[in-house]
Ligand binder design. Structure first.
Ligand code: GLC
Length: 482
C-alpha cells in the first residue's frame, strides 16, 4: 500500500513533543510491513537545513497559491535514510526559515501550516506520488482532507485520508477572514471550517476525513465529553461512527535499557536490580541529590504545562516532603509559574528535591533508568509516551487513570499485584497523594513486591508492531470499496 504521512514534526529532524516521537516510529513500523511504500512530509525548518547530518536533493519546485498569495515551494528528498521510509522536506524560507528556535508559536502559524498542508498536496501532484492513503496529524495538517476534497479530487480520485488527533487542545483557530484571505477555498466548504464565525481547522478535518483516529482507546471515548473535547464534543459525537482509538507504541530500539548510549550501566528484566542501582547513584550525583540507595526517587520528565497535572503536584509537594522519606526530581521547561515553583521547592529542600529546568534528552533517559517511581498525574492525556518509557526502564508509574494512561497502566493493588502501576481516578491532589503513598509504601515495606512490579513493566510489549497492524487494518477498511 502507498502511504503518505504528513506532520509538522518528526524525530530526529524536528521534535517538540510526543507527536515527533510518533512520526519517527510509526512510519518505520509501517515500512517494515511487506508491500508498503511509506513517505513522510515535514517542513524544512532552519535547524534541519543547518544539520550537516541530513543530505538532501531537490526534486521539485513550484509556487503554491494561498488566497491572493503565490509562495515558493521547494521539495527536498532526504537521501541518507536507510529504513525504507522516504522523507521529503517542504522548503520555504519565509515560513520555515530563520525564525525563533521553536517550531510553533508565531503569529502567522495558521498561514504557515495552511501553506504546508497545501504544499504537500501540490508536491504529490508534481511528483506524481498518488497514494492510497494520506495520514495527517493534529491541527497543523488538518486542512489536508479539506483541500483534498474541495480542490484536489481530480488528481487523487481514490486516495483516502485519515486524520489523527494527538491533542485536541490545539485546534488551529483563525479569524473568519482567514477562509478567503489565506485558504482561498470554495465558499461551500465554509461550513465545515466554521465555528461561531471563526475558522477551526481541526473541525474541518474531523468533518471531511474518511476516518478520524486518536492515540488511545480511552481518549477516543473521552472526546465525546465536553470536559475533554475543548468545544469539539458535538462535532465528534456527530461522526462517532468514524472515530477510533489506537494506542501508540514507543520506539523500543531507541528506548532500550540494554543498549541506550546515554546510560552509565545497561540492564534488562533479569539484571535490573544491579543495573538500576548504578544508574540511580550516577543520577543522584548528576542532579546533586544525596547518594542514598534505598530512599525512593520520584521523578517527572515533562513539559511544564498545566494539563500535565502540575497543579496537583504543587498542591501536594510540601506534604509529600514532610510526610514521606523520598527524593523528587523534575526535568522540563514550560510555564514560568511551574518553573518557579520547582526552583523554590528545590531551594527549600536542597537535599530532597532537584529541579532541572531544561530540555535534555540524555538526562531524560538517565532519569527513566535511575528512578524508582514515575509521576504522571496529567489532567487529560491522549496517550502519553513517557509512562511507557519509564516502565521499559523498570520505573513504576503513578498516573491519573485517564486517556492513554488508563490504557497502558492497569492498576496494581496495594501489594503491587495485578497491574503495572498505581492509579487514581478523580483528578484531585489528595487522591494523587494517596496513590503515591501506596507506591512508596510498597517500595519501603515489600521490596520483592515492588521488584515484581518493575519486572512486569519491563516485560510489556510497547513496540509499534501492534499499533502499526491496527493502522493497516483501518487503511484497508478505508480503501476497500473504491
Ligand atoms: C501529544 C499528546 C500525548 C501523546 C502524543 C503522541 O503530545 O499530548 O498524550 O502521547 O501526542 O501521540
Amino acid at each position: 500500500m502507498k502511504i503518505v504521512i504528513l506532520a509538522s514534526e518528526g524525530s530526529p529532524y524536528a521534535k517538540s513533543g510526543g507527536l515527533g516521537d510518533v512520526i519517527e516510529a510509526l512510519p518505520a513500523a509501517l515500512a517494515r510491513i511487506p508491500g508498503n511504500q511509506v513517505s513522510v512530509f515535514l517542513p524544512y525548518y532552519q535547524k534541519i537545513k543547518e544539520n550537516p547530518g541530513y543530505t538532501v536533493e531537490r526534486v521539485a519546485q513550484f509556487t503554491v497559491g494561498l488566497g491572493w498569495r503565490q509562495q515558493y515551494c521547494g521539495v527536498l528528498r532526504l537521501t541518507n535514510r536507510t529504513d525504507g521510509v522516504q522523507v521529503y522536506f517542504i522548503d520555504n524560507e519565509y515560513y520555515f526559515g530563520a525564525r525563533s528556535g521553536s517550531l510553533y508559536g508565531a503569529l502567522d502559524d495558521g498561514e504557515r501550516f495552511a501553506f504546508f498542508s497545501k504544499a504537500c498536496l501540490d508536491s504529490m501532484v508534481t511528483m506524481q506520488l498518488i497514494p492510497d492513503v494520506i495520514q495527517c496529524n493534529d491541527w497543523q495538517t488538518a486542512l489536508v482532507p479539506v483541500y483534498l476534497n474541495a480542490m484536489y479530487r481530480f488528481y487523487f480520485p481514490t486516495t483516502r485520508c485519515m486524520y489523527t488527533i494527538h491533542n485536541i487542545e490545539y485546534q488551529g483557530w483563525a479569524h473568519g477572514n482567514f477562509f478567503d484571505d489565506v485558504l482561498g477555498l470554495p465558499w461551500e466548504w465554509r461550513g465545515h471550517l466554521d465555528m461561531n464565525g471563526s475558522v477551526n481547522m481541526m473541525k474541518g478535518a474531523i468533518e471531511t476525513a474518511d476516518l478520524v483516529t486518536t492515540v488511545s482507546e480511552t481518549y477516543a471515548q473521552e472526546l465525546m465529553y465536553p470536559y475533554y473535547a475543548h468545544g469539539l464534543d458535538g462535532v465528534l459525537s456527530n461522526v462517532s461512527w468514524k472515530l477510533t482509538g489506537i494506542t501508540n507504541g514507543i520506539d523500543v530500539n531507541t528506548f532500550n535499557p540494554e543498549t541506550d548510549p546515554a546510560l552509565p550501566a545497561h540492564f534488562n528484566r533479569d539484571t535490573f536490580l544491579a543495573g538500576k542501582a548504578v544508574c540511580k547513584a550516577a543520577l543522584q550525583e548528576e542532579v546533586e541529590l544525596p547518594k542514598v540507595p534505598d530512599v525512593p526517587l520520584l521523578v517527572m520528565v515533562t513539559r511544564l504545562a498545566g494539563h500535565k497535572g502540575l497543579d496537583l503536584l504543587c498542591y501536594i509537594s510540601r506534604r509529600l516532603m514532610w510526610e514521606e522519606n523520598c527524593q523528587m526530581l523534575i526535568l522540563g521547561t514550560g510555564e514560568s509559574q511551574y518553573e518557579d515553583f520547582f526552583r523554590d521547592l528545590a531551594n527549600e529542600f536542597p537535599d530532597r528535591v532537584s529541579a532541572q529546568i531544561t530540555f535534555n534528552l540524555g538526562l531524560a533517559a538517565r532519569i527513566y533508568a535511575g528512578a524508582d517511581i514515575y509521576l504522571m498525574p496529567s489532567k487529560s492525556e491522549p496517550c502519553g509516551l513517557s509512562q511507557m518509557n519509564a516502565m521499559r526502564y523498570g520505573t513504576v508509574p503513578v498516573v491519573h487513570a485517564t486517556g492513554g494512561l488508563k490504557d497502558t497502566v492497569p492498576p496494581a493493588d496495594e501489594h503491587g499485584k495485578g497491574g503495572l502501576g498505581f492509579t487514581f481516578q478523580s483528578y484531585n491532589g489528595d487522591d494523587f497523594l494517596a496513590a503515591l503513598k501506596r507506591a512508596i509504601a510498597l517500595y519501603r515495606d515489600d521490596p520483592a513486591g515492588f521488584q515484581d512490579l518493575q519486572r512486569r513493566g519491563m516485560e510489556q510489549d510497547f513496540s509499534w508492531d501492534q499499533p502499526a497492524a491496527r493502522y493497516m487494518e483501518l487503511f484497508r477498511r478505508m480503501t476497500a470499496n473504491r
